[in-house]
Design a protein around this ligand. Structure first.
Ligand SMILES: Cc1ncc(COP(=O)(O)O)c(C=O)c1O
Length: 409
């Protein structure tokens, strides 16, 4: 008997996967060379599954600021901000975030995951209600578990279902807090935020938007979906991460609500973990600056996203509902997703496999994410590889054929 016996079925499935020599959940890169390329052994790999939306991981200005901060302030803070204090960089990054979003308050967490866990667990008390979109990220579900609020799920992207559920809660005491995401990470679809904002206003609820995948991607100035939809005034809290468009690690929340700063002595995932190291903070601050001064990155990103989305759609792949930097091909089953993923990698293209419980409706996905740093030629090469593998697996029609050999679901 072992503590790990309860994982035996999963361990067996994992072993089977490892024995094929291709495990999408444990890829080892020998060298990462740029935002879009890496090496595995002697093979050159085109990266199309990194969430590196603006390609800022190798930006010279970002790297220079990180090195300068490490040299000046050391490699780590060795503790939380309530114990070891804030460095100037933490405060400066919070001021930059508040300024960028036009809000009075900003708070930085050590990861995007912790930003959600820290905000939801602290904001929603025992008698309060959290209303979560059914397709919410794990960090939103985990944050709602860490607190003591009543949790209600509503149908994904369905404002009517949300309104109905809020009506049923109308007589119950406590605050109602709605949580949605800007771009959903699995299928790349956006929330109907104008409609959600109206439901929120009518119900007198609060609204949190996780812009993890939409910061730097959507909106006139890159502030995300709330900006793109013109509803920033209805959004009480914006949560986000530095790990995607900003190319680093860390998370944040911004708000205009009075009393926000009490969270610094209430939110356990903020209080009881080491704060971000100076180099990481400096990199995020500079990356945010680059995001602000280079709107062309956003345009390149969206051009690339549309090129990939429409290229794969034309080939006959079944994709998410709208073009976005997250482009997922829906596979008939996990085995096909693994096989497809492995053949792409063999051909030099790195994508992601996404499976339940991370995916909605039990879908098996071959997920790509596009970067502003990709060239159109790289996107076209990726589309060619998808075509080759898709045809070899009978998932899409051969060129000029009229009937699919096997329809992708
Ligand atoms: C919607 C959403 N929120 C939060 C997170 C967590 O961010 P991080 O990986 O930076 O901790 C993710 C990560 O994928 C995400 O997709």
């Amino acid at each position: 008997m072992s503590l790990f016996d309860k994982f035996a079925p999963l361990a067996a499935a994992y072993d089977r996967l490892e024995s094929t020599g291709y495990n999408p959940f444990n890829v080892a890169f020998d060298r990462v060379l740029s935002p879009t390329s890496a090496r595995i052994g002697s093979r050159h790999i085109l990266l199309l599954g990194t969430n590196n939306y603006l390609g800022l991981t190798y930006d010279p200005a970002v790297i220079a600021k990180a090195i300068e901060a490490i040299e000046k302030f050391g490699t780590g803070t060795t503790g939380s901000r309530i114990a070891n204090g804030s460095y100037d960089g933490h405060n400066q990054l919070e001021r930059s975030l508040a300024d960028f979003f036009g809000r009075r308050h900003a708070m930085v967490f050590s990861t995007g995951y912790q930003a959600n866990v820290g905000m939801l667990s602290a904001l929603a008390g025992k008698n309060d209600h959290l209303l979560l979109d059914a397709d919410s990220h794990a960090s939103i579900y985990d944050g709602s578990r860490l607190g003591y609020a009543q949790v209600t799920r509503f149908r994904h992207n369905d404002p009517d279902d949300l309104a109905n559920r809020l009506r049923r809660l109308a007589d119950q005491p406590g605050d109602k807090i709605i949580v949605v995401e800007g771009i959903y990470s699995m299928l790349g679809d956006t929330a109907p935020l104008r409609e959600f904002a109206q439901v929120k206003r009518e119900a007198g609820a609060y609204l949190i938007v996780d812009e993890a995948h939409s910061l730097g991607v959507l909106g006139e100035t890159g502030r995300g979906l709330a900006e793109a939809k013109g509803v920033e005034a209805d959004v009480d809290f914006i949560v986000g991460t530095f790990s995607k468009s900003l190319g680093g690690v860390g998370g944040f929340c911004v708000s205009d609500l009075d009393g926000f700063d009490i969270l610094r002595v209430v939110s356990r995932p903020y209080m009881f973990t080491a704060s971000l190291p100076p180099g990481v903070i400096a990199a995020a601050t500079e990356a945010l600056h680059q995001l602000r001064i280079r709107p062309n990155l956003r345009r390149q990103l969206m051009d690339n996203a549309q090129r990939l989305y429409f290229g794969l759609a034309e080939l006959g792949f079944n994709l998410g509902p709208e073009p976005s930097p997250v482009v997922s091909a829906i596979m008939p089953d996990p085995e096909t997703a693994f096989g497809f993923w492995a053949q792409l990698l063999e051909a030099g293209l790195y994508t992601n496999v996404s499976l339940p419980p991370a995916t909605p409706k039990g879908l098996a996905l071959l997920r790509s994410s596009v970067s502003a740093a990709h060239t159109p030629e790289q996107i076209d090469h990726a589309i060619d590889l998808f075509a080759k593998v898709g045809r070899s697996m009978n998932l899409i029609m051969p060129p000029h054929a009229h009937e699919p050999v096997r329809q992708a679901v």
